[in-house]
Design a binder for this molecule. Sequence first.
Ligand code: ATP
Length: 370
Amino acid sequence: MSSQKTSSPKKDPQKPALKKIAVIPGDGIGQEVIPQAVKVIEASGAPVQFTDFDWGADRYLRDGTSVPPDGFATLARDFDAILVGAFGDPRVKTNIHAKEILLGMRFKMDLYANVRPVRLLDAALCPLKGIEPKDIDFVVLRENTEGVYTDAGGVFKQGTPDEIATQEDINTRKGVERIIRYAFEYCKEHTKLDGSPRNKVLMCDKSNAMTHAGGLWQRVFKQVASEYPNISAQHMYVDALCMQMVRDPRQFDVIVTNNMFGDIITDLAAGLQGGLGMAASGNIHPGRASMFEPVHGSAPPIAGKNVANPFGAILTAAMMLAHLGMTKEAVRIEAAVLEAVRQRKTTVDIGGQLGTKEAGEWVCEKVSKG
Ligand code: ATP
């Protein structure tokens, strides 16, 4: 695979083996926020080794490659985790490269659990009245390999008045069961930021209208929930959930849902925590190399201007380190971002005056001192 560059701290026999991280900044603001996240990881002293990959629009336009042959197999075989920016570039009209890289990673590496924590770091970031950081600390677990994203369907009699378009919503028992089980296990194993236990799993669907797929989700949810008597199992239709998320986000703990509803409700949830620039995510298959990326996309209108908020990417880096067992470094990074938010050492989107680089550097300073 051409264009891989590896960088790592000097070897010290006293130190644990380095975890191998593939870094794929991608397009647009991904190229600005990921270098900040990498610098912050380095500042934390985490024992990792980075290898840079140039997958993205520039490479695609240069040589027609979105993913080199053996690309996903290399990631799965040679790395402990993958840190990704974003894909999407107006020069590639079809965005085919973005689809092949991002959906390819999720589908072909079978990263079935998209974990999206929703936490409010500071009351000033939330557009709702009277909401404090302790009120918003929930997580959305989005099914990541099925649903309408499989692109099954087709168009018939295109361009005529009789045109027909279908988009299939694929739901397998295996796929539904493993994400629901992941949600209960997540609830059992994770506490909230204040140390209190998690104890509710809410399944969100639209089973009143989408009866076939929704029916499968309902049956599997009830069956899996019965194996976890200490966890309260709840249900909400997706439309009601959107209303409740804005009316009273305090009620949520662990939410599990399908691919499309997860995509939509986590943009809404990002709005509660300060916007897309603050939201982190992981694409996980337990026991395999997993991929971590900020929730935001490549944001072409603001790309290349040093204005993108790097905190979503930096919090994503912390999430990746925690996943790899480097809890101490992850906690230090999260604390530094919290301090930056409190002191308004941030980009403009969340009320500060710093550029992408400067906000990243402030967090680096804090992490290296902490
Ligand atoms: P995708 O389809 O990949 O989700 P998109 O273009 O629909 O991408 P984003 O790229 O996520 O959506 O961004 C939408 C808008 O949100 C941006 O144009 C920008 O105004 C804002 N935004 C997103 N990320 C950031 C960020 N990190 N910092 C500041 N603003 C951001």
